[in-house]
Design a protein around this ligand. Sequence first.
Ligand SMILES: *Cc1c(COP(=O)(O)O)cnc(C)c1O
Length: 381
Amino acid sequence: MKIRYFDHAATTPVSDTVMQAMLPYFQIEYGNASALYSLGRTSKKALEEARRKVANSIGALPKEIYFTSCGSESDNLALKGIAYANKEKGNHIITSKIEHPAVINTCKNLENQGFEVTYLNVDSNGFINLEELANSIKPQTILISIMFANNEIGTIQPIKEIGIIAHKNNIIFHTDSVQAIGNIKIDVNEYNIDLLSISGHKLYAPKGVGALYVREGINFEKIQDGGHQEKDKRAGTENVAEIVGLGRAIEEIYQEYEKYNKKLIDLREYYIEQIEKSDLNYKLNGDRKKRLPGNVNISFSGVNAQELLLALDERGICASAGSACSTGNPMPSHVLTAIGLSPELANGTLRVSFGKDNNKEDVDFLVQSLKEIIPIIQKNA
Ligand SMILES: *Cc1c(COP(=O)(O)O)cnc(C)c1O
């Protein structure tokens, strides 16, 4: 059966060119990047080349990039690292109710350690309110962490303005940009960002590699003890092959940015139009335009999304109910709850996220399948 993959927000396949770029570093150039002999120096060179590519893609300096094992680790390092380094200055952190669990659960952990966290509300499209943000700032606020774009509903936050508010108040600004990198052009200076999280597997690099940008001059504590890799901020022998993959992937995605972006937007708009034209009763979640180019999140009333996913899977379609992290979890998604969706609608939510190998014919097949499957599920409900 042909697989039609519409879950690029959950993960992406490794692209051919990224795979080719990584391969030598597993069995030929396998030296430890800390070793002084030439085999090690080759790894070190590849590592620094990848660092340059990641930095270039966001308008940063290579020395401002720290490689990690995933987006979750980058978020942990950003939040805990800044919190621990600034605990004499203050103990208050501001974030939002719709962050990824890597941020929300890190905040919960910090609350258990005596930090105070404000979780900002979002409106029905998933936007935070800048006035509420400004009003939440206290003398002891040390960090604002707001995601660039939401992984479930695709909403893109007013990042520039958040950065201005943070800096006007001398507060450090972190953004989880795991979904946004590759899908939006990001310049850390233009957007007033101090720390930014990246993950490889959302942009055609492998799972298990990530990066954290930290603006030069901002002090943060390491959260893992060991060797002195990554300027003593992230212990552990560098995963050279995958770091090379991340560098290559991020460079490639921005080289092809205009084309990739247009393709995703075209698929997104085409899909939404086909749903609009159908007889299906639906609600589009997230802002109609200020959303990730490849994200469509739709709730269908009277539908159990788990049932829908299984029926789609029988036709080779991969999509997601809310977010992959909460699939199998009967609780409605915290994001859909925060935008005010009823549990009934939240449980009938299908997230589709397009990628570079999708085409219109795939979308036609998806829409046709939904038109056939949804009335049957609704009748049996
Ligand atoms: C996927 C994702 C993460 C976690 O990245 P991993 O590399 O899977 O740990 C964090 N934040 C957002 C918004 C994500 O979509």
